[in-house]
Design a protein around this ligand. Sequence first.
Ligand code: ATP
Ligand code: XMP
Ligand code: GLN
Ligand code: MG
Length: 513
Amino acid sequence: MTAKIIILDFGSQYTQLIARRLRELNVYCEIHPFSKTIDLDESVKGIILSGSPFSVKDESALQVNLDAFIGKVPVLGVCYGAQYIAQKLGGDVVRSDHREYGKAMMSIDRTKDDLLHGLGSHTQVWMSHGDTIKVLPDSFEIIAHTDSIPVAAYRSKEGAYAKPIYCIQFHPEVTHSLEGKALLKNFVTDVCNCPCDWTPASYVEQSVAELKEKIGDDSVVLGLSGGVDSSVAAMLLHRAIGDRLKCIFIDNGLLRKDEFEEVLVSYEGLGLNVKGVRANDEFLDELTDVSDPETKRKIIGRVFIEVFDKEAKQLDNIKWLGQGTIYPDVIESVSVHGPSVTIKSHHNVGGLPAKLNLQIVEPLRMLFKDEVRRVGAELGLPNYILSRHPFPGPGLAIRVLGAITREKVRLCQEADHIYINILKESGWYDKVWQAGAILLPVQSVGVMGDERTYEFTIALRSVNSVDGMTAEWSKLPHEILAQISSEIINKVKGINRVVYDISTKPPATIEWE
Ligand SMILES: Nc1ncnc2c1ncn2[C@@H]1O[C@H](COP(=O)(O)OP(=O)(O)OP(=O)(O)O)[C@@H](O)[C@H]1O
Ligand SMILES: O=c1[nH]c(=O)c2[nH+]cn([C@@H]3O[C@H](COP(=O)(O)O)[C@@H](O)[C@H]3O)c2[nH]1
Ligand SMILES: NC(=O)CC[C@H](N)C(=O)O
Ligand SMILES: [Mg+2]
């Protein structure tokens, strides 16, 4: 049983960061919504209560039953978590007149304390709160303060509870808390006695054993896209059940140039059982004359399911559907704020289970993208798969703006091919997070060899991002942009103009549709 720390999420914008920091310390942790009942088995080594946009003074403040775990496992309350514990155990929290937001210098009163040792007598921390803890509950004591607040950190007195309770008003998970990570390490190792041995290698070993147990002698079908997530999921499942994993890779006619053949070849040495299915016409015919972005996405989602369904039915003894779901997908769907508004209908194969009547297996459900890449490397996936830029399921359909024709897809493929190759040759491919060419439904006048042209425009998009949620346009050197532009215009007949997209997300998005 893997030792873990549970993070109870009260909706702070930093909750994911707490998980990130613990994972960086090789500690396995899970984020649970505040309202979920915790199963306190012996794998749970400690509990962290996150911050929150709510005030403990609000009538609608998020509530949790502290009796379920206080004194039973070590607890760390962060910001709202610290205020909540103070308030519930008999102390007092007041709304203060001014918010304290930003860096603060914290003076440590107990430099030898289990939580604070090694941090020195003063350390810079990051504050983000409006409420202040005024009175501590009985049997608690202050261990650190700042000039503006007396209670920057407090703890249960030695022996008052069977397991200690620590509370901090600042955010150790934010890098501006310069020793925040050291504090979290102290909490995990010295307060919780939790080992820091959770690595990609241990993950592979443990998850292969679990998959074997779970799947038994059944078979699994998985949609393989050539992308990182589904490829790593496939390798992990293959390690567990060998040839009983069947992968289906669909050519929807909207892949990049030569991608279908190249992806199939790239999987060849890996021992995976991959069936490539050409379904270009099914997709492109259905998309004829459709120009609305959401309608395009929905049609593609539906045809994916139809093709997948047809192929899966031809396989024997399939009981499971494998999916490359990763942790940010999971966190998003359990957010305390509920699902956000639909900006774009992201295609995935989520519609499949009900229709195919299969059980779902998601071996990457608890991993962040960089961890997925590390697990992939551990499983021997070559770097050219692991370092691939993300590519959307609907493919070039959302990069050929407006109504799609086969000819327009071809133009977009050719331009994209030139663009990506130059990025690779110049070393820029690995320096940007994602790049692609967009074919605009705009024709303009040009002159080539003394002749008038009236042709299409390509927009180049390249962004830097961590998770795709926010993005900045990449500062590609002008010489590289010049080379890309002239090669596209010279080689791709039908395009006479190239522009560079300099919009950030938000307010723009990465893809144009
Ligand atoms: N051409 C395809 N053939 C079969 N399945 C596909 C195809 N495109 C997408 N899928 C399925 O849809 C899922 C979601 O796609 P998504 O692009 O989010 O992930 P990915 O392709 O695995 O990784 P990445 O985010 O790196 O592109 C994939 O994991 C895969 O199961
Ligand atoms: O699998 C996917 N199915 C989709 O329907 C889809 N739409 C956008 N994307 C990718 O998501 C990231 C953010 O894109 P946006 O800023 O355009 O929303 C970027 O990396 C996009 O490429 C998709 N991926
Ligand atoms: N970051 C937080 O957890 C803030 C808690 C609470 N909303 C406050 O303003 O004090
Ligand atoms: Mg993809």
